[in-house]
Design a protein around this ligand. Structure first.
Ligand code: NAP
Ligand code: ZN
Length: 351
């Protein structure tokens, strides 16, 4: 079926209206009418080919929420009308050790299939994401949403920003008695602050934006550090169990490793266009500190996070935009001027 979408034809081209084809639902497929789609910094990196390897036309979007509009004959977990979500993956091999453990993002069989820019047998050979009216996804990669209907737009960012911070917070046991830092208060970071706080950790927000100080406290931070202020940073030397770094640009990591306790971990989730300067190894060696990374999260833990957020009343702080404002939103995101996630009203895509 032909559906309206927004996408870019090349790295130096704007995001503009186009049409794409969606397959008819197969036996295990769920067809979703998309209501809202969050705008992740990864969309911007991909559209502008900052990481290389972007296939065009590029239709981004992996924070998808909507309603089931058709199901395949063998689908039992979903029915027409259900409120559902789709995150960063739409398929994986389903048979390697990682997939068996519910960690499809680390699939070693075929590799996971990204919701956009991933390999598919559907024309034109790469996947198209949520900046579109409709998507068709294998039922294993569809999530159930239990939040109240009026919160649906603010749930969309949980599908990437939420799970990408939840997974490392859980893996490194953020909770009572732990001091956890979140670096960069953008889309991912503001969810990291909310989730670390909800998990019971002593939560510290690091921002370069003096103007986000009060917001970070309102999001649930116990303390806020403006990271450009050396004295504020020094006061926390050697005190963190975990620091989750969401910054989307190259920067000095030593400023954060110095704040870790012995055996503490700096977990990187930001994927900047240009490499970070090489870290000081002695700062790691002399306190057995680690620099780690983490990639989104598996389907089972995404459902766990969605259910946890529904129960605790947690959603994202959003600014709703029309599809025609996507480029403007990218420019603002590049200037760290987002509070705290842009979400597209997908009813404006066909307009
Ligand atoms: P975002 O909304 O743009 O937030 C990034 C924040 O980083 C900004 O709001 C800003 O916060 C801070 N920042 C930006 N430039 C900075 C600089 N030069 N120095 C220091 N701080 C800076 O982006 P996002 O959507 O949260 O995504 C963040 C990164 O994570 C992107 O690289 C994205 O591709 C990546 N990502 C990774 C995964 C994964 O699986 N690992 C998943 C999704 C996204 P302050 O104003 O508070 O300083
Ligand atoms: Zn994302």
């Amino acid at each position: 079926m032909t559906v309206h979408a927004y996408g870019a034809q090349a790295a130096d081209q704007p995001v503009q209206p186009l049409t794409i084809e969606r397959r008819a639902p197969g036996p295990h497929d769920v067809q979703i009418d998309i209501a809202f789609c969050g705008v992740c910094h990864s969309d911007l990196h991909t559209v502008r080919s900052e990481w290389g390897g972007t296939l065009y036309p590029c239709v981004p979007g992996h924070e998808i929420v909507g309603h089931v509009s058709a199901i395949g004959a063998d689908v039992t977990r979903f029915a027409v009308g259900d409120v559902v979500g789709v995150g960063c993956m739409v398929d994986s091999c389903q048979s390697c050790a990682s997939c068996d453990e519910g960690l499809e993002q680390y699939c070693t069989g075929t590799g996971f299939v990204g919701t956009y820019n991933g390999a598919t047998t559907d024309a034109p050979g790469h996947t198209f994401g949520g900046y579109s009216e409709q998507i068709v996804v294998s039922d294993k990669f569809v999530l159930s949403i239990a939040h109240p209907a009026d919160q649906l737009a603010a749930v969309a960012p949980l599908l990437c920003a939420g799970i990408t911070t939840w997974s490392p917070l859980r893996h490194w046991n953020a909770g009572p008695g732990k001091k956890v830092g979140i670096v960069g208060i953008g889309g991912l970071g503001h969810m990291g602050v909310k989730l670390a706080h909800a998990l019971g950790a002593h939560t510290v927000a690091f921002t370069t934006s003096e103007g986000k100080r009060q917001d970070a406290l309102d999001l649930g931070a116990d303390e806020v550090i403006v990271s450009r202020n050396a004295d504020e940073m020094a006061a926390h030397a050697g005190s963190f169990d975990l620091i989750l770094n969401t910054v989307a640009a190259s920067h000095d990591l030593d400023a954060f490793t110095a704040l870790l306790k012995r055996d503490g971990t700096l977990c990187l989730v930001g994927v900047p266009e240009h490499a970070h300067p090489s870290p000081d190894v002695s700062a790691l060696i002399f306190k057995r500190r680690a620099i780690a990374g983490s990639l989104i999260g598996g389907i089972a833990e995404t459902q766990e996070m969605l259910d946890f957020c529904a129960e605790k009343g947690i959603v994202s702080e959003i600014e709703m935009i029309d599809a025609a404002q996507i480029d403007e939103a990218y420019d603002r995101m590049e200037r760290s001027d987002v509070r705290y996630r842009f979400v597209i009203d997908n009813s404006t895509i066909a307009a």
